[in-house]
Write a protein of this length. Sequence first.
Length: 295
Amino acid sequence: ELGWMESVPYLDRAPSPLEFYREWVSPNKPCIIQNAISHWPALKKWTSAYLREVVGPKVVSVAVTPNGYADAVFQDRFVMPEERQMPFMDFLDIVEKKVTSPNVFYVQKQCSNLTEEFPELVCDVQPDIPWMSEALGKKPDAVNFWLGESAAVTSLHKDHYENLYCVISGEKYFLLHPPSDRPFIPYELYQPATYQVSEDGSFEIVDEKSADKVPWIPLDPLKPNLERYPEYAQAKPLQCTVKAGEMLYLPSLWFHHVQQSHGCIAVNYWYDMEYDLKYSYYQLLDCLTKAVEVL
């Protein structure tokens, strides 16, 4: 019962703040909300031509990897992407395949990159989601802009945020695990490293030697190695597709793995979670899982 659902339910309208808090935030349950952002100008305006005109030559941060996996375990390292500064129009040329590259490009810098790097686009969405802000009694910590290639994949992880993920164009494909699946999801400690481009254009993995090891999930939920991680067979993943004009409420501490259609555009709002009984429950579950692993 704890966190388990057969599928991610749909709401056909934006809820009231009280309704949303009582039915979804407090029980820590995800849902897909339709007709909540249908009034956003971005849904019609954010074409490639419009983005070129409004953002165009501006230099922005782009994550570049050789394989599409940024912030993921590779060759026994936790490898972060090369963060490349490049004109936005050059990035669009790659996404639209006007320019070919063997690498995978993704505008995915968090830390409120919509307001920090793309302020020209904020007027086409909203600075916050009013009913969520009222429900939680706070504004979002960050508002992020996402645009990338279909090969760009977000590895399985969790966040300490209440997340409203809004798809503007294309589709996002989420695989979700409730926090109660923690005993079946493996964590290991990894040396952090970063992709860097060498002189011949190939990528090399460079260790960040002064940094502490990072706990991360080595398992790919789409192709789980059950011989190495047999406990994962007991986990209960949910899969859902979030289409253009829809919003996913992804509760805090839910594990998620994300893929997308090519050129998908999305904006998400991160609201800091409450460190309440739900958090204490998760910490207990995490500590018990680690204790059992030691035995």
